[in-house]
Design a protein around this ligand. Structure first.
Ligand code: ZN
Ligand code: ZN
Length: 155
């Protein structure tokens, strides 16, 4: 068994177990995604994947991410107007905190969220598959920038 390092191997291992053909390109995308719990955009995954595989194309990155989402191994999050982000944290139900200024996205586990459910008479015949709650606000960095701008007006 080859030595594996870091959290990236979990996703790669899961994919192997499912019989997904783990080409070098797919592997790099899976490793980049699983190694960073910061909800990368496809562009960011592409940039980081290129450090290992300089020839990997953005189209390949998109295709691979879409496959991972289709397989339920990654979540696609569209927190605001910005580009979609990809979340490898599918094992634990969680919600997100989104900075409307810089787009930072954090995982959060709000109290009571686990119990959140839609009563049958509110489902309008839908089969409910998932729930995604996004708390919007400003991250510490952006709050500081805003406070500085307000507090010290440029003369
Ligand atoms: Zn921010
Ligand atoms: Zn997340």
């Amino acid at each position: 068994m080859p030595a594996e390092d870091g959290p990236a191997s979990d996703l790669a291992q899961r994919l192997r177990d499912r019989g997904w053909r783990l080409t070098a390109q797919r592997r790099v995308v899976a490793e980049v995604l699983a190694g960073e719990h910061v909800h990368l955009t496809a562009d960011e995954v592409h940039t980081m994947a290129q450090r290992t595989l300089p020839e990997i194309s953005l189209a390949t990155v998109y295709n691979t991410l879409n496959e991972l989402v289709g397989m339920g191994e990654a979540l696609e999050i569209a927190p605001g107007d910005g580009p979609k982000r990809y979340d490898p944290n599918v094992a634990t139900a969680h919600h997100h905190l989104h900075c409307v200024s810089c787009g930072a996205l954090r995982d959060v586990n709000p109290e009571g969220a686990a119990a959140l459910s839609l009563p049958p008479d509110e489902r309008h015949g839908f089969e409910v598959l998932d729930v995604d709650i996004v708390f919007r606000g400003r991250c510490p960095h952006c709050r500081e920038v805003a406070a500085t701008a307000a507090g010290w007006p440029t003369a």
